[in-house]
Design a protein around this ligand. Structure first.
Ligand SMILES: N[C@@H](Cc1ccccc1)C(=O)N[C@@H](Cc1ccccc1)C(=O)O
Length: 670
C-alpha cells in the first residue's frame, strides 16, 4: 500500500472494521434473499418448478459474471470506494424492489389474498433481481480488494488474518440470514388478507443492505483510497493486441526471440505495464483448472439438498428440513477457519513443511473430491434401502389388494369391482408423504387437514393422493353433520393408505377404528450421514477459497487488484455452467455414479493444477513495480543528464556559430 493509515488497533487499520461489518450485512442481505427466492417464484408468482429453477440459476450465474464489470469500473474509472458506494445504492434499490414486488395487497383489488395483476409483480421482481445481480456482483471484487488495500506492504500477516476474518463475516451473515428469512417467510401478513410474508423476508435483507451502505459511508474518513489509474483495462487489451500483432509481423527466424511473448509490446508500451500484464496473465493461467472445484462445491445447494429429501431428518425431537442441511456449511466455516489459522497451519509450519497457498488450494481440491466420494457412498446406502423398501411395498400391496378385492366384491356391482391401480410406486418428492384414504363405509366421507382437503370420498372408493409434510397431522373426517378426528405422525418420503372401515363410529375420536397401510416406508437413511461430506467440502472450501481469495489479492499488480478478484469470481460462474453441461452430457443412470464421475474429474484437474502450481514462482508485485519505477527514475536522471549535456553542447555550438557569424559580420562591416 502506498498511503499511510492513521488509526490502528492491535496492529490492524481501524478502517477494516467498517469493511468487515459491511460485508457481514451485505452477505446477510444476499443469502437471506436467495434462501426464499425459489419459493417466492413458486408460491407467490406461481411459476412451475422448471421455470423457477432456471430463473434462479440464471440469477446466481449473473451474480458471478457482473464482478468483471464492477472491477473494470473500479480499477479504471471510479476507484473502489466510489464503485462500492454507487453499486450498493443500486443493490439496495433492487432489494427494496423485491420487497415491494412481494406485497400482494398492491394489486389484490378483489381482496381474495391473491395478486390480480401478476405482470406488475413479475416485472418489478425481475428488475429488482437484475439490480441486485449488478450490485452484489459489482461490489464483490471491490470490497475484498479494498480491504486488502488498507494494509501496508509490510503487514502481510495481518492482511492474511483479515481475509480469514472477512470469510468468517461472510459466513456469519449468511448463516443468520438463512435461518431468519425462512422463518419470516412463514409468517402471515397483509393489509386486507393474510398471506405468507415474502415482503418481510425480502424487506429485512433490504434493510440490512441499507445498514451495510451506511456503515461503509461512516468509515469513509478512515479508508486508504487508491486512485484509479486511467482506463487500465483498455490499455491492457491494446498492449496484448499490439504484442500479438508485433510477434506475428516478426515471425520469421531472422528476428531474435524474446524471453516472453509480451515483450513484443516493448516497442510501443511502458515496461512497467508489460510487467504488470505478465503478472496478471500468470495468475489467470493458473485459474484455468479452478472452475472444477466450484462445480463440485455448488452442488451442495442442488444435488445434495435433493439427496437430503430422500433421507430421515429426525434429530431426536428436532426435525431438520432437507434445505436446512446447507446451514452446516457456514457453521463448519465458523469453526474451521479459526482452527486452521491458529492450530493446523502453525502446526504444519512447525513441522518444517512450507504449506504454500497453492499447496493449500491443491489439498482443498482433494478434500472436495473426498466429499463427493462420501456423497456417493451415502447415495449407495439410500439406493439399497430403497430397493428393500420397494420389495416390501410390492409384497405388502399384493396382500392389501387381495383384501380390498374381497370388500369390493361384497359391496359393489361387478363394473366397480377393480380397485384403482394408479398407486405411487416411487418415493414422493422433497421428503413429502403421499396420503390417500379408502372409504369402506356406505356413506360418503369428507376428510380434511388444515393444509389439504381430500374432498368427498364416495362409498367404497379412493381419494386422490395428497402430499403432506413430516410431523404430527390431525385429520378431520365428516359424514353429514357427524365428525371425528384421527392423528398420526409422519416421517419423510412415505406413502400411506388409510382405510375407513364400514363399522366406523363417529364421535370425538376415531383413533382406534382407522387402519393404516404403509405402502412406502419413510426414509430410513439418516441425514446425519451427510455430515462427513459437508465436513470435507467445507474443509476444502477453507483451504481453497479463503486461500485463493488472498492469493488473488497478493499476486495482483496494484492497479489490477479488483480485476483479479473478478477473475477469481469468474471461475465460480464457469463452475456453475460446468454442472449443467456435465450433468446433461453424462446422463448417468445412477446418482452415485455421477458423484464418482465428478470426484474423478476433480482429482484429474487437481493433478494438472499441482503441476502448474509447481512451476509458479511467487512474486511481490509491489517490489517489482517499485523496481520498475526506480529504473524509470534512474532513466529519467540519465535522460536529464544527457539532455543537459546536449543542451550545453548545443549552446556551445550555437555560441561558436554566433561567434562565427559575429566574425563574418565584423568582416563584412570591415
Ligand atoms: N460458505 C459460503 C457461504 C454459504 C452460506 C450458506 C450456504 C452456502 C454457502 C461462502 O463463504 N461463500 C463466499 C465465498 C464464495 C463461495 C462460493 C462462490 C462464491 C463465493 C461468498 O462470498 O459468498
Amino acid at each position: 500500500m502506498a498511503g499511510t493509515i492513521n488509526k490502528e488497533v492491535c496492529g490492524y487499520p481501524l478502517s477494516i472494521f467498517f469493511i468487515v461489518v459491511n460485508e457481514f450485512c451485505e452477505r446477510f442481505s444476499y443469502y437471506g434473499m436467495r434462501a426464499v427466492l425459489v419459493l417466492y417464484f413458486k408460491y407467490f408468482l406461481r411459476w412451475d418448478d422448471d421455470l423457477a429453477t432456471s430463473i434462479y440459476h440464471t440469477f446466481v450465474a449473473l451474480c458471478y459474471l457482473t464482478p468483471i464489470l464492477g472491477a473494470i469500473v473500479a480499477d479504471s474509472w471510479l476507484g473502489k470506494f466510489k464503485t462500492i458506494i454507487y453499486l450498493s445504492i443500486v443493490y439496495a434499490i433492487g432489494q427494496v424492489a423485491m420487497a415491494v414486488s412481494a406485497i400482494h395487497d398492491i394489486t389484490d383489488t378483489d381482496r381474495d389474498g391473491t395478486p390480480d395483476n401478476m405482470t406488475f409483480h413479475v416485472v418489478l421482481s425481475m428488475v429488482g433481481l437484475f439490480l441486485i445481480a449488478l450490485g452484489t456482483g459489482g461490489i464483490k471484487p471491490c470490497v475484498a480488494a479494498f480491504g486488502g488495500d488498507q494494509f501496508s506492504d509490510h503487514q502481510d500477516r495481518q492482511r492474511r488474518t483479515f481475509f480469514s476474518v472477512f470469510y468468517l463475516c461472510i459466513n456469519g451473515g449468511s448463516l443468520l440470514s438463512t435461518i431468519i428469512t425462512p422463518i419470516l417467510r412463514a409468517q402471515d401478513c397483509g393489509i386486507h388478507s393474510q398471506q405468507k410474508c415474502y415482503s418481510l423476508a425480502f424487506g429485512v435483507p433490504a434493510a440490512l443492505m441499507l445498514v451495510a451502505l451506511v456503515v461503509f459511508i461512516v468509515g469513509s474518513g478512515m479508508y486508504y483510497k487508491a486512485e484509479p489509474q486511467g482506463n487500465i483495462m483498455l490499455d491492457v487489451c491494446k498492449c496484448i493486441g499490439f504484442a500479438i500483432k508485433n510477434r506475428y509481423r516478426h515471425r520469421s527466424n531472422q528476428y531474435p526471440k524474446r524471453q516472453h511473448w509480451m515483450d513484443w509490446a516493448e516497442e510501443k508500451y511502458d515496461k512497467l505495464l508489460i510487467a504488470q500484464i505478465k503478472m496478471v496473465l500468470k495468475v489467470l493461467f493458473l485459474y484455468i483448472p479452478l472452475p472444477m472445484f466450484w462445480t463440485l462445491f455448488d452442488q451442495k445447494g442442488s444435488r445434495w439438498t435433493l439427496q437430503a429429501t430422500t433421507m430421515n431428518g429426525y434429530f431426536g425431537s428436532l426435525v431438520i428440513q432437507p434445505d436446512q442441511m446447507q446451514t452446516v456449511n457456514p457453521i463448519l466455516i465458523l469453526t474451521l477457519v479459526p482452527i486452521m489459522d491458529s492450530v493446523i497451519y502453525p502446526l504444519i509450519n512447525k513441522c518444517g513443511l512450507n504449506f504454500t497457498p497453492l499447496k493449500r488450494m491443491t489439498v482443498g481440491m482433494l478434500l472436495a473430491a473426498i466429499a463427493f466420494v462420501c456423497a456417493a457412498l451415502v447415495q449407495i446406502e439410500i439406493d439399497v434401502s430403497r430397493k428393500q423398501l420397494l420389495y416390501l411395498f410390492i409384497s405388502s400391496s399384493h396382500f392389501y389388494f387381495f383384501f380390498l378385492n374381497l370388500i369390493f366384491r361384497k359391496h359393489c356391482p361387478p363394473s366397480h369391482q377393480h380397485p384403482r391401480t394408479d398407486d405411487i410406486t416411487s418415493k414422493p418428492q422433497e421428503g413429502n408423504n403421499a396420503i390417500r384414504f379408502v372409504n369402506g363405509m356406505k356413506t360418503a366421507v369428507n376428510v380434511s387437514i388444515p393444509a389439504a382437503n381430500f374432498g368427498l370420498i364416495e362409498p367404497f372408493s379412493y381419494s386422490n393422493y395428497s402430499l403432506i409434510k413430516n410431523g404430527k397431522v390431525t385429520f378431520t373426517l365428516w359424514s353429514g353433520s357427524q365428525s371425528c378426528e384421527y392423528s398420526t405422525d409422519f416421517g419423510f418420503g412415505s406413502s400411506y393408505t388409510f382405510f375407513i372401515p364400514s363399522t366406523l363410529v363417529f364421535g370425538p375420536n376415531c383413533q382406534e377404528s382407522i387402519t393404516a397401510a404403509e405402502d412406502i416406508k419413510p426414509n430410513s437413511v439418516h441425514m446425519a450421514l451427510q455430515i462427513p461430506q459437508y465436513f470435507f467440502i467445507t474443509a476444502g472450501e477453507v483451504m481453497f477459497s479463503v486461500t485463493g481469495l488472498e492469493f488473488s489479492y497478493s499476486q495482483a499488480p496494484s492497479n489490477m487488484k479488483a480485476v483479479l478478484q473478478a477473475g477469481w469470481l469468474f471461475t465460480v460462474a464457469i463452475g456453475n455452467f460446468i454442472v449443467l453441461i456435465v450433468a446433461e452430457l453424462a446422463k448417468l443412470p445412477k446418482q452415485w455414479a455421477e458423484y464418482v464421475l465428478f470426484a474423478s474429474l476433480l482429482v484429474a484437474v487437481c493433478f494438472i493444477f499441482s503441476i502448474m502450481a509447481y512451476f509458479y514462482t511467487y512474486i511481490d508485485p509491489a517490489e517489482i513495480e517499485a523496481q520498475f519505477k526506480k529504473n524509470v527514475n534512474e532513466d529519467d536522471e540519465d535522460n536529464k543528464h544527457k539532455l543537459q549535456k546536449t543542451e550545453v553542447e548545443m549552446n556551445k555550438r550555437d555560441s561558436i556559430k554566433c561567434h562565427d557569424e559575429d566574425d563574418k559580420d565584423k568582416q563584412t562591416k570591415m
